[in-house]
Write a protein that binds this ligand. Structure first.
Ligand SMILES: *[C@@H]1O[C@H](CO)[C@@H](O)[C@H](O)[C@H]1NC(C)=O
Ligand SMILES: *[C@@H]1O[C@H](CO)[C@@H](O)[C@H](O)[C@H]1NC(C)=O
Ligand SMILES: *[C@@H]1O[C@H](CO)[C@@H](O)[C@H](O)[C@H]1NC(C)=O
Ligand SMILES: *[C@@H]1O[C@H](CO)[C@@H](O)[C@H](O)[C@H]1NC(C)=O
Ligand SMILES: *[C@@H]1O[C@H](CO)[C@@H](O)[C@H](O)[C@H]1NC(C)=O
Ligand SMILES: *[C@@H]1O[C@H](CO)[C@@H](O)[C@H](O)[C@H]1NC(C)=O
Ligand SMILES: [Fe+2]
Length: 448
């Protein structure tokens, strides 16, 4: 038995040099939207430098070829685990078409994958799966997401921070595993992300390097248009990891206000009326732990301690953000429309019909080794619904007035445990907002 076990080990040692050929093989293949939804970016890793980064693709057959390049990514751990992250943009794709592709180089190709393109206009109904806090270990929702993705149930996924637990763990081996694990979904549709606290190690370098979000800010903040949705992704972590200084926080605040001004230009808001913000740590939650969202003065909500500069809640209220999506708590929670701890229900006794403030949901129960989080016994008046099952959220934007959201429970075999409509025939700053229209106008002149 001893000898038997030794033979493969010996063989591996002897064949070691040859085995390196396999390091040219593409792996961890995933997609994201490029500058617009007409561009798809294919990202993958190899462990040796292939010199070339190529995607062969097309409708019905791989007749087209696009070239990109790679960057070397060295993890911060003691092994300095090194890989080449390849990025190729497939530009100007035909809408509503099924493309096939594979990626690699003349030193090795991936298996063939496929994806469906969406329309670049606003008159269609985007379908998203949304969740945060999914790890390698105990990724409870992954199986269902794999099934649903490959059956074509979604146009994109939003992963609201906290990946792998953690991508840098074990000299980034856990990150490699995670990216292989999500390939079965992320290789087939755009996998759009924001950073969470589990990405912080080594200055967020595993997160910055492994993904390819639009707008060139190292994936830390960006926005994109999808049908009638304008989706904004931010880092709440700039409020919590002060060891990186104030600059990332201030930069993001200025960038965000600028993006919101642009999204509110009449010609833009008319086309993409739904403004959705995703970020990792919630402003409010009623979980039974001591996370910042259980405190009254949440940093992201009110801004810096004491000074209260750069608080986000007022900004989101003033620019009429419709929906905020957070994670971090390993559970699901839906809030009544809320601003500064006050509930602003909508018309006709229906809280989400023309609500008087943004709607918040927290959806961080996709599954990770830390399990799920419970809730306090006395539910605060602003909490509309909470659930601690493993699961994820589905969003469908029906049109400019109707947005539908539901929560899938993995514990209950995919049953829907919550669902609601947000209905709005006006999108813009909320009634009581102190929006300074003169300032908005001056920013318009300055920026555009
Ligand atoms: C592949 O990378 C390893 C580690 O950097 C290196 O030792 C090896 O020489 C490379 N192999 C080839 C064929 O380039
Ligand atoms: C990488 O590829 C992109 C897309 O082709 C190109 O715009 C960029 O200049 C390239 N970068 C380098 C360093 O070659
Ligand atoms: C973190 O990374 C960013 C982007 O590369 C860089 O600008 C910043 O200086 C880094 N901060 C530290 C403390 O290394
Ligand atoms: C908001 O609406 C919900 C559902 O009708 C209700 O339970 C809650 O009391 C309302 N809150 C306020 C402050 O009106
Ligand atoms: C959900 O299922 C997991 C096992 O898959 C279990 O550990 C957990 O307690 C369940 N959660 C609830 C709220 O029932
Ligand atoms: C928007 O979608 C909702 C839900 O399907 C529907 O009831 C409504 O009539 C639609 N509005 C328009 C203008 O199409
Ligand atoms: Fe988190």
């Amino acid at each position: 038995m001893f000898v038997g076990a030794a033979i493969p080990v010996l063989a591996a040692l002897l064949l070691g040099a040859n085995a390196q050929v396999h390091y040219f093989q593409p792996e961890q293949i995933h997609l994201s939207f490029g500058a617009t939804v007409e561009d798809i970016v294919v990202t993958w890793s190899t462990f040796n430098d292939t010199k070339e980064s190529i995607v062969e693709y097309g409708i019905g057959g791989m007749v087209l070829k696009a070239y990109g390049n790679s960057t070397v990514f060295v993890d911060g751990g003691k092994n300095k685990h090194t890989q080449y992250i390849h990025r190729v943009t497939l530009p100007n794709l035909n809408p509503k078409s099924k493309y096939v592709y594979h990626c690699g180089s003349n030193l090795g190709w991936s298996p063939m994958f496929w994806f469906n393109t969406v329309q670049n206009d606003e008159d269609w109904q985007p379908r998203l799966a949304i969740y945060g806090d999914m790890g390698n270990e105990n990724a409870q929702s992954l199986v269902r997401l794999q099934e649903e993705t490959q059956r074509g149930q979604y146009d994109a996924i939003l992963h609201v921070g906290d990946f792998a637990y953690d991508m840098n763990t074990d000299n980034a081996a856990v990150g490699d595993q995670f990216m292989r694990q999500i390939e079965s979904i992320a290789g087939y549709l755009p996998y759009m992300t924001c950073p969470g606290n589990h990405e912080e190690k080594y200055n967020f370098s595993n997160y910055r390097n492994r993904f390819s979000m639009p707008q060139g800010t190292d994936n830390m903040m960006y926005s994109f248009n999808l049908g009638p949705l304008h989706i904004i992704s931010i880092s709440t972590e700039v409020y919590y990891f002060m060891n990186y200084g104030l600059k990332p926080l201030v930069n993001q605040y200025l960038w965000l206000e600028n993006d919101l001004v642009e999204a509110n230009l009449p010609e833009n808001r008319e086309k993409r009326p739904w403004i959705v913000v995703m970020g990792h740590r919630p402003m409010y939650c009623s979980n039974e732990d001591s996370d910042d969202c259980t405190h009254h003065e949440t940093l992201t909500r009110v801004g810096l301690p004491f000074l209260h500069f750069f608080g986000l809640e007022k900004l989101l209220y003033d620019y009429g953000v419709d929906l905020n999506i957070w994670a971090h708590e390993h559970s699901y929670e839906r809030l009544w429309p809320i601003y500064d701890y006050k509930v602003y229900n909508g018309s006709y006794d229906r809280p989400y019909v023309n609500p008087g403030a943004p709607v918040h949901i927290v959806t961080g129960s996709a599954g990770c080794k830390e399990g799920t989080d419970g809730f306090v016994a006395n539910k605060p008046e602003w909490s509309a619904f909470s659930n601690s099952d493993y699961g994820y959220t589905r969003l469908k934007a029906f049109n400019k007035t109707h947005l539908y959201i539901e929560q899938v429970s993995d514990n209950k075999s995919g049953a829907i445990v919550d669902s609601f409509w947000i209905v709005k025939n006006f999108h813009g700053p909320y009634k009581n907002s102190q929006m300074d229209w003169a300032k908005l106008d001056s920013m318009r002149l300055k920026n555009f």
